[in-house]
Write a protein that binds this ligand. Structure first.
Ligand SMILES: [Zn+2]
Length: 155
């Protein structure tokens, strides 16, 4: 099942949505209604929207993982210090230089991945998408809560 074979029910709206990467979180609620209606009736745009939002989330996850990896690498380097005589003497490397090189590589990697994460969060709608999910979860819990309390009282 390819999304390319599906036809958009409204080419004009579809083109506008495509230029926004199917992200309507930035527009006013009144304007949003039309586009939400289009998502409701157009399977092609709906699947495109889903794809772009999961892409955003995947990018955010990957860049945060990269930042965590470099943090971890720096932590490992810190703990490896006592072992450096064993490790580095075998390879005949200059201990101080190698250590500093690895540390700066770790810091550079960390800085780079944090910047990349910031760019991803700014350029994509991952934050609003994730907060939307959190909000709807919270709403669901709130809706269930009174019922749960009611059932407790009736006992
Ligand atoms: Zn469409």
């Amino acid at each position: 099942m390819s999304t390319a074979r599906m036809q958009c029910t409204d080419r004009v709206v579809g083109a506008i949505l495509a230029s926004w990467r199917y992200d309507i979180s930035g527009i006013s609620p009144e304007m949003r209604r039309d586009y939400e209606n289009h998502f409701a009736e157009c399977a092609r745009c709906r699947s495109r929207q889903k794809f772009h939002r999961s892409l955003d989330v995947a990018l955010a996850v990957l860049t945060s993982l990269a930042a965590l990896f470099f943090l971890f690498a720096l932590a490992v380097l810190k703990h490896i210090r006592p072992l450096e005589h064993v490790a580095f003497n075998v390879f005949g490397l200059d201990v101080q230089d190698t250590y500093h090189m690895l540390i700066s590589a770790g810091i550079a990697g960390l800085v780079f991945s944090v910047i990349a994460l910031a760019l991803v969060l700014m350029a994509t709608s991952a934050p609003s998408y994730l907060s939307d999910i959190a909000q709807s979860r919270a709403r669901l819990i709130e809706e269930r809560l009174p019922a749960a309390i009611k059932s407790l009282r009736s006992r």
